[in-house]
Design a binder for this molecule. Structure first.
Ligand SMILES: NC(=O)c1ccc[n+]([C@@H]2O[C@H](COP(=O)([O-])OP(=O)(O)OC[C@H]3O[C@@H](n4cnc5c(N)ncnc54)[C@H](O)[C@@H]3O)[C@@H](O)[C@H]2O)c1
Length: 338
């Protein structure tokens, strides 16, 4: 039985705690939050001790695995502390704000032979898997161009209710690092080549309360010649489905929210929809999907088997590099060469 601790008892806590509760090879043994009421409520619900300082919970005598569910700027700090103290780390996205902090923790985990995983649960959707599979088996052929759009609504209230969202130092950005990171990760994973050049524009067009970008558009060129165009904004009136379109040598693929459709040039049509596992996540939001449990199960199996988790820190560095290049280009107004 793996002993699990969770640091951060805010919004996303439910996806981690409920998943741990449903997985047979792990047991939650402690929760931590600097907000005492949150730690106490979570501790009461799961009948485990509450901690108010992560250093008291992250102790190899107490836990094997820590889930890091705190504001972005603390991801590399708490992950590093855990790795230095011999505890495996499963951290929410993004792994860090700066690329170097994430990279340093990847090296540390590898040196210490500890598992370090980053949550990108959308890779576990049936829709993502269908598209990736038909790229890997060659049916779609090479991607010529890819397009990614996100038009969501995050009001001023959403930002004013948080003490870290909407800030450069604590969140590291806005719509790109927080919301579009998932669809950009999927597109980057589908393309499966090295980004070599990034052009991006960022702007805050309709959020007086915060300074980070609520809009970003850009273009990424890859080593294999593929081009990815993207547009993300969170000043729309509602959350419209995220869309990823791929124009490939042998056909087209489109992922829109819970549906995927592949049309091959030979007339074959393949479709699928994302399925839930029938588990209730109290307080969970539909747009997070229901796939955390699949990635968490893979992570626990990786710890038990002594192998790398499927979405390891090293794997997550790929999207981290792209996100950082988008911000560098957006802030400087210059094309970034990688
Ligand atoms: N994968 C997804 O789809 C998804 C969805 C939502 C959030 N997230 C990620 O989850 C993370 C948390 O987001 P959230 O919406 O739950 O934020 P939140 O603000 O609701 O919760 C964060 C919690 O961390 C606590 N905290 C802050 N500093 C701490 C410290 N030093 N020690 C212990 N606890 C501390 C806060 O008090 C708060 O309760 C972020 O990285 C976010 O990007 C991921």
């Amino acid at each position: 039985m793996l002993k699990v601790g969770i640091v951060g008892c805010g919004n996303i806590f439910t996806m981690h705690a409920t998943s741990c509760d449903h997985l047979k090879n792990a047991t939650l043994v402690g929760v931590c939050d600097i907000k005492k009421d949150r730690a106490d409520a979570a501790a009461k619900k799961y009948n485990v001790p509450a901690y108010y300082d992560y250093k008291e919970l992250i102790d190899p005598e107490k836990i094997d695995v820590v889930h890091v569910c705190v504001p972005h700027y603390l991801h590399p700090v708490i992950s590093r502390y855990a790795l230095e103290h011999g505890v495996h780390v499963l951290c929410e996205k993004p792994m860090s704000i700066d690329y170097e902090d994430g990279e340093a923790n990847v090296r540390l985990a590898e040196e210490r032979d500890l598992r370090y995983g980053i949550i990108f649960q959308c890779r576990y959707n049936e829709t993502s898997k269908l598209i990736r599979e038909n790229l890997k088996n060659g049916k779609l052929g090479k991607i010529i161009s890819a397009r990614c759009t996100l038009t969501w609504s995050r009001s001023d209230d959403y930002y004013s209710q948080s003490d870290w969202k909407g800030t450069w130092d604590k969140e590291g950005g806005g719509v790109i690092i927080d919301q579009a990171i998932h669809s950009l990760d999927l597109a980057n994973w589908f393309i499966d080549s090295e980004p070599v050049e990034v052009q991006a524009h960022i702007a805050n067009r309709n959020h007086s309360i915060m300074k980070v970008e609520d809009t970003c558009e850009g273009l990424v060129r890859y080593k294999n010649g593929t081009m990815l165009s993207f547009w993300a904004m969170n000043n729309y009136g509602c959350d419209e489905p995220i869309e990823i379109r791929l124009y490939c040598e042998n056909g087209k693929a489109v992922m829109s929210y819970d549906d995927a459709r592949i049309e091959l040039n030979d007339g074959t049509v393949l479709t699928t929809q994302t399925q839930t596992d029938g588990i209730e996540y109290e307080g969970g939001k539909d747009y997070w999907g229901f796939q955390h449990i699949r990635e968490i199960a893979d992570f626990y199996a990786a710890v038990e088997e002594g192998r790398e988790p499927t979405i390891s820190g090293r794997e997550a560095l790929k999207i981290q590099k792209l996100i950082c290049a988008i911000y560098e280009s957006g802030k400087s107004g210059k094309t970034v060469t990688l």
